[in-house]
Design a binder for this molecule. Structure first.
Ligand code: NAG
Ligand code: NAG
Length: 861
């Protein structure tokens, strides 16, 4: 190490000292403590005993030797927890991992910390820890290299050849190397290990894998990954077996933008983008508890994805499950080890009921949850000695490997016996045993016993076993009878204890009573609906009538996320009939929503004339708008003459009035959630009306409370879609985008333009900064250029609507006042807009969090 780099190590130590001191919750001025140095110098940190003020040592021996630390302020004060990067060793401290951690303690008691251990959220070398005197070096070539004490290269960031100006730990716990322009060269967020911190996204193709637990060194590992249409959890085997997937219902993804799962304070959001007639983004979110303090989620060695959060009250980390499995904890692949059967959390080994012969024994007699193993190993040499052990009312978590075209129980069994790699088949069926589904696995993890009434299906598991010589002659495995098993052949397995049985019986009775009541209710449903229709309610049509009036749905006006729209004629009056797709809700909920939508009348909102609800059909009949939707008129690909400025202003005011009525004029506040030109319709006189309001509620009300699905259109989505509570202010944001489109005559996201011009919001930022507003005007239209004062005022209004922080956006009634000239746009809008780091405006760039966050303060002083 040269003297220059020695100097930097000294600096680093000083920075550390400062950082550690600041942890005692005092009011220090530097929020960020990081080390900057020139890329031309090599910097090396050695993993060795530092002075007591520079390490965190816990009672049990766990030790952290930080290299970078970042304290976080909560309400102006440093809080108890902070992110750091450095060497970590767990008790008994002998091997170290270079990692990013959260330490939670304020007040450094000389050398020993309390019990709340550091939480590791990322690590470089968890599979190959290093010893005392290992080094981490940022080389002159821009590579971060970890070497063990003997000089063996253990890990590197793989950035050799890149120009690196510094390394820091960012607000959310992202370890970042950046170049002179502060562009990220490498970041730990791109290489997740087992955890996600708030603000971090798991991008399509990335995986979380658990640390192997010290006590259980089994080879089979879990992983959680993001694929094109959602989040998936697998346990490894060949092929991998699926144990959860989100969202449960899939839409086909067709857009190449990566799908991602973003963890935020309060939710895990899975964002899938899809190209339909109107390009949509589907946002599914799993609601999580919010926390004022530190949080992170981790995939653990039992396959659970758990949320960990610090509790100040209890002074410790608390944990809870992120995913709630439909069928409880028994649905986890290793809850009862291999071959174990899980019944209400109890584990047993599979056995035949009416004989006392066994094929399986527990791995450990005292620990049932470690699973079972076959008494005779299954070998492929003598497949003629294979038999299937039948387990009724037993199912399996993985249903992703179906044997296609096998619907018959016996064929399903034979298919498994013929194939050596098959270790079990599951036969799942409803009432009819000859019309089922057959699933196979090549490795058997935990099975679960089910109640067919509750699960709404029957399931039988067949485990492949190897017959011992003495049992080969009374085998029943090859009996070819395809009839249902007779009672004496039935091999029942599960000894359910008396109390659990009675609970189940009780639950069953409750369920039956509930179903009976529900049926009664539904039967009477049909008639009472008509009575309930008050005057002024939209008319109810039969499906036949609507089919007739649209000439068999032949003239399509448009299509979109909610379904297709057809032209029709009712008594000489032209109408638009929308046929909804994906309306999964029941009749009652549908009628309730229709009543709400039908009761809304405003000159700038499309009027709902009637509806149809029949079996699974859901249709809405709207007034017909002869000029079609706004997008056909404003993007300069149309054949019509461009609108003059007055028409543009009038359309903007119309939209604002329609939205204002939805937000402020109705009994119940209605957020539209999908404002865009396709949803603004024009009548003969180019008066604009907002369409499709209330529909997101109609369509996407999800059955489960945990997951919520939302959809909107990229380019119009407000940043808080990614982060926090959704309010009607998301419409204000989208409205701002629409204003810009109306002025500039282009789409908000236009990939046919040069890269720097693709996003209209970026373009606006740049033009506003350089005071070149006029550049945004469509084709430099003379009409608009001559009234540029007004046009620029309108762009400033759009900017106000586009504020990153939803609370800074104006309400729609304020927008109307600005449009009518009674108030003007606040002056500081431009400044705050320019500072905004809009997450959604970069939504098709891979990393919303890479937008520059806090400025980097220089190191120690
Ligand atoms: C998380 O959200 C809650 C509720 O919105 C808020 O009170 C809390 O301060 C947030 N926590 C952090 C760490 O920002
Ligand atoms: C299960 O199968 C039996 C007959 O084999 C049938 O009566 C019953 O309805 C089935 N249960 C379900 C939930 O499909």
């Amino acid at each position: 190490m040269g003297s220059a780099s020695f100097f930097f190590v000294v600096l680093a130590a000083a920075a550390l000292w400062l950082a550690v001191q600041s942890l005692d919750c005092g009011d220090y001025s530097d929020e960020v403590l990081s080390i900057n140095y020139s890329a031309f110098l090599s910097t090396e940190w050695i993993n060795k005993e530092l002075s007591p003020s520079e390490v965190f040592r816990y009672k049990d021996g766990t030790t952290v030797r930080p290299i970078l630390l970042r304290s976080t302020r909560v309400g102006g004060r440093f809080h108890r927890w902070s992110f750091g990067a450095g060497f970590f060793c767990a008790s008994p401290c002998d091997l170290f991992v270079f990692s990013v951690f959260i330490v939670t303690n304020c007040g450094l008691s000389d050398t020993v910390f309390g019990t709340s251990e550091p939480q590791i959220v990322w690590s470089a070398n968890r599979a190959s820890p290093v010893r005392e005197n290992a080094t981490i070096e940022l080389t002159t070539h821009g590579d971060l290299v970890l070497r063990d004490a003997d000089g063996t290269r253990v890990w590197s960031s793989g950035t050799s050849g890149k120009s690196v100006a510094g390394m820091e730990i960012r607000k959310h716990g992202n370890l970042v190397m950046f170049d002179q322009k502060n562009v990220i060269v490498w970041q730990s967020f791109d290489h997740p290990t087992d955890s996600l911190v708030p603000g971090q996204s798991l991008m399509e193709g990335m995986r979380l894998t658990p640390n192997r637990s010290a006590t259980n060194s089994t080879k089979n590992q879990f992983y959680v990954t993001v694929l094109g249409d959602g989040l998936y959890g697998y346990v490894e085997s060949t092929p991998p077996q699926l144990y959860f997937s989100y969202p449960p219902m899939k839409d086909v993804k067709t857009v190449s933008d990566p799908t991602k799962a973003t963890f935020q304070n309060g939710s895990l959001r899975i964002i899938v983008q899809k190209e339909t007639a109107e390009y949509l983004a589907f946002i599914y979110y799993i609601k999580l508890p919010t926390s004022q303090f530190s949080q992170y989620m981790r995939l653990e060695s039992d396959g659970h994805l758990r949320l960990h959060q610090w509790s100040d009250d209890e002074n410790q980390w608390l944990e809870s499950d992120v995913m709630e499995m439909m069928s409880g904890d028994c649905a986890y692949p290793k809850v009862c080890g291999e071959y174990g059967i899980c019944t209400n959390g109890q584990c047993t080994c599979p056995h035949e009921s009416n004989t006392n012969s066994n094929y399986f024994k527990p791995v450990d007699d005292r620990k049932a949850n470690l699973g079972c193993k076959p008494l005779n190993p299954i070998s492929c040499q003598d497949m003629q000695h294979h038999e299937l052990l039948m387990l009724t009312d037993v199912s399996y978590f993985d249903n992703s490997h179906a044997v296609v075209n096998l619907t018959n129980r016996n064929d399903c069994k034979q298919a498994c016996l013929k194939k050596c790699s098959c270790r079990a088949v599951m036969f799942r069926y409803g009432q009819n045993d000859s019309n089922g589904e057959c699933f196979w696995v090549t490795k058997v993890f935990s099975l679960q016993s089910i109640k067919p009434e509750a699960a709404h299906y029957n399931s039988t598991a067949y485990l492949k076993v190897h017959l011992s010589p003495s049992r080969r002659y009374n085998s029943t495995a090859y009996s070819n009878s395809s009839s249902a098993p007779t009672p004496n052949k039935r091999k029942v397995i599960l000894a359910i204890t008396v109390p659990t049985t009675s609970i189940l019986v009780l639950l069953l009775i409750v369920a039956i009573l509930y179903l009976q009541r529900k049926r009664k209710y539904e039967d009477s449903d049909e008639d009472s609906e008509f009575d309930n229709l008050s005057s002024g309610m939209p008319l109810r049509f039969s499906f036949e009538k609507l089919r007739e009036c649209t000439k068999g749905f032949s003239q399509k006006l448009g299509g979109g996320g909610f379904g297709s729209v057809f032209e029709g004629k009712l008594d000489e009056e032209r109408v638009a009939v929308k046929r909804l797709e994906g309306a999964r809700q029941g009749k009652k909920e549908f009628l309730a929503e229709v009543e709400t939508i039908g009761s809304i009348e405003h000159i700038n909102l499309i009027k709902l004339i009637g509806f149809c609800v029949e079996k699974s059909q859901r249709l809405l009949v709207y007034e017909y708008m002869s000029r079609g939707s706004l997008d056909r008129w404003i993007y300069n690909c149309h054949n019509n003459a461009p609108f003059d400025w007055c028409t543009r202003c009038r359309i903007i005011l119309d939209i604002a009035k329609g939205l204002c009525y939805l937000h402020e004029g109705c009994r119940r506040k209605i957020a539209h959630l999908d404002i865009k030109p396709q949803n603004i319709l024009l009548d003969e006189n180019f008066s604009a009306k907002v369409a499709d309001f209330g529909l997101s509620k109609l369509i996407d009300r999800d059955q489960s409370k945990v997951v919520t699905m939302m959809r909107g259109t990229p380019g119009y989505l407000a940043p808080e879609w990614l982060t926090s509570q959704i309010t009607e202010k998301v419409d204000v944001y989208s409205f701002g985008v629409v204003i810009l489109e109306i002025i500039s005559g282009r789409k908000s996201i236009d990939h046919s333009r040069p890269e720097e011009n693709v996003h209209i919001i970026y373009l606006l930022q740049e033009k506003a900064r350089n005071n070149q507003w006029i550049d945004l005007i469509e084709n430099n239209s003379d009409d608009m250029v001559s009234r540029q004062e007004e046009v620029i005022q309108m762009m400033k209004l759009a900017m106000w609507c586009l504020q990153n922080d939803s609370s800074h956006r104006p309400s729609m009634s304020t927008v109307i006042k600005v449009l009518e000239g009674t108030i003007s746009v606040e002056a500081d809008i431009i400044q705050s807009f320019l500072n905004a780091n809009s997450a959604m405006s970069v939504q098709d760039k891979p990393y919303p969090y890479s937008v520059r966050e806090a400025s980097i303060l220089s190191g120690p002083r």
